[in-house]
Design a protein around this ligand. Sequence first.
Ligand SMILES: Nc1ncnc2c1ncn2[C@@H]1O[C@H](COP(=O)(O)OP(=O)(O)OP(=O)(O)O)[C@@H](O)[C@H]1O
Ligand SMILES: [Mg+2]
Length: 286
Amino acid sequence: MPAKRMQANVPQVPPALDADEAARLAYANDRDLSAHHFQEGEHPIVRIEHLNKAFDDNVVLRDVNLTVWPGEIVVVLGPSGSGKSTMLRCINLLETPTAGHILVNDFEVTGASTADVNKHREKLGMVFQSFNLFPHLTALENVTIGQVKVLKKDKAAAEAEARLQLEAVGLADRADYYPSQLSGGQQQRVAIARAVAMHPDVLLFDEPTSALDPELVRGVLDVMRDLAKNGDMTMIVVTHEMGFARDVADRVVFMEDGVVVEQGLPERVFDHPANERTAAFIGNIQ
Ligand SMILES: Nc1ncnc2c1ncn2[C@@H]1O[C@H](COP(=O)(O)OP(=O)(O)OP(=O)(O)O)[C@@H](O)[C@H]1O
Ligand SMILES: [Mg+2]
């Protein structure tokens, strides 16, 4: 029976850690791996404990453990099919983990009620490779609609916020353009403005520049760099842009075959990878 067979594949994992205990362990683990400025007694904003994900028999994430600190910029690297997108999609519960725990601000979202999951999603912004703008709405409307529908802001306040965020991504003069009238790079900057306008706790980026023509990549990376450096936004960024990772990341995480193979400061991972698979991957893309 398929149900029984799938049940047999679910790994047994321990319960989520107590919040203070988790914070202590994460600090001990992460303090040499990240350029994050640790504060006394601080707790991680995202905790991934023993995350496993399988699509039927295809095991895609195996016991992934990762903590992300408030304001930290984490870049995730790894070959195609290593599970990077699946991990991001599990964090905002676009995919349901097979086993394991995801906690945001010490609240466990895995197994939470639908209402709690919706609240959780409001706290996480996601920027996709393919922009995912509404084609029938202008740039301004794209950045406004979530604020009105999800956050229940009034239209004038939402529009004011949208104009501010469009200006921040250099598109104040494109507010009334439709996506089809914008370049890919401009569309992606609208998508970033839309995510930031929701004031999420964490911004997730899934290869935000890999669908762009090379000449448009820099504008998007500049916007992301500004966001990372001029605010307190927490960002988890899947990208192959090494220059960006070196310059902006507090920590680089290398995944392969559903496993976090190694993580650390960008200079350390890029220049002195501890694992030969990391070295081979970095050698190939640099
Ligand atoms: N919805 C799905 N149904 C079935 N299998 C899936 C699904 N999504 C992903 N997978 C499988 O999970 C594995 C990991 O995919 P994932 O998209 O997470 O990799 P990735 O590291 O993001 O790769 P890429 O760099 O190509 O984007 C792949 O084997 C993929 O085929
Ligand atoms: Mg992917």
